[in-house]
Unconditional design. Structure first.
Length: 314
């Protein structure tokens, strides 16, 4: 079955504002170190400074002007900006989480109809942090809760209880980072098995496993198959370590009978040092690459649009 996606309003459900005001140098520079450690034997003339500067250049689009152009080129009609709160874990940053939320709100207002926002506040900020989050929820500017547990807390941290209770009451989705991240963090906090307790305890909360279609796939698919309220996204698919490569790995994922739980996302601009945004998106859609050609038209709509729209708090 060949599909023309031009008649589908494609939503990138996992994207970040390419700004060092929220994705701080202390977050992305260790990623540069990791990249350099991987390529220095293959490209000995490349310096660590060059590797880091290559990444640094991506994070200067503070008003999303280039991002909008990239989305237009890739035929992405809308995107969900994900804003994790890194401010508690990464000391010495210059922008509070409130500053960052306001920055994202300004981007959304400047580009009406193009963006949704999923944002979070580190639970260790306590009562004031929760009140800040609730203020923006009450203003209807946040469409989902983004939790970045690699910052140093588990999904069952008691400090998250008011967030979960609020999300359960208003049916707001929660998206958890899963799998590895910047080397500055410890990965033990983002293992998928820790999320099952929350999915079981709060059946009214729809949960999205960020990168669940890329890392620890068996665990993610199992939760999606047997927990009615668990979904996964494929963000970061271009960074997969699957020996088959990203496109064949996705084709195999789409055969696992959970397409009603799969959500399209890219994780742009993380990983943006490897290729252009439109190239990442279009490689997935080209019929000759045979990634989505075996999907039904309804499955294509689910993955690229309908699944995420059904979950958003609006």
């Amino acid at each position: 079955m060949l599909h023309n996606c031009d008649d589908i309003e494609i939503i990138d459900a996992h994207i970040h504002l390419p700004s060092s005001h929220s994705l701080f140098p202390s977050f992305y520079e260790p990623i540069g170190d990791n990249i350099y450690s991987a390529i220095r034997k293959y490209f000995p003339r490349m310096s660590k400074e060059a590797a880091i500067n290559n990444i640094k250049s991506v994070y200067s689009d503070h008003n999303a002007e280039k991002l909008i152009l990239d989305m237009n080129e890739a035929n992405i009609k809308k995107a969900i900006l994900l804003l994790p709160d890194l401010t508690y874990a990464l000391k010495g940053v210059h922008y509070s989480i409130e500053d960052q939320i306001e920055q994202h709100i300004n981007v959304i207002k400047t580009n009406p109809g193009r963006f949704y926002l999923m944002a979070g506040v580190d639970p260790r900020w306590g009562k004031s942090g929760f009140e800040l989050f609730k203020k923006y929820v009450d203003q209807k500017v946040i469409n989902g809760l983004k939790l970045y547990t690699p910052c140093g807390y588990f999904p069952n941290d008691p400090k998250l209880r008011p967030y979960y209770e609020l999300c359960s009451d208003i049916k707001m989705p929660v998206i958890f980072h899963t799998g590895p991240t910047s080397p500055v963090f410890r990965f033990e906090y983002s293992r998928i098995q820790h999320i099952d307790e929350i999915a079981h305890k709060y059946p009214n909360i729809n949960i999205i496993l960020a990168h669940g279609g890329v890392n620890n796939i068996d665990e993610a698919v199992e939760l999606c198959a047997y927990r009615p309220n668990v979904y996964l996204d494929i963000s970061g698919y271009m960074m997969t370590k699957d020996p088959l490569g990203p496109l064949k790995a996705l084709k195999n994922l789409f055969k696992r009978k959970v397409n009603h739980k799969i959500i399209f996302g890219t994780d742009w601009p993380i990983g943006g040092y490897k290729s252009k945004y439109h190239g990442i998106v279009k490689s997935l859609l080209k019929p000759e690459n045979d990634v989505i050609t075996q999907l039904s038209k309804s499955e294509v709509r689910m993955i690229f649009n309908e699944n995420i729209l059904e979950l958003l708090y609006q």
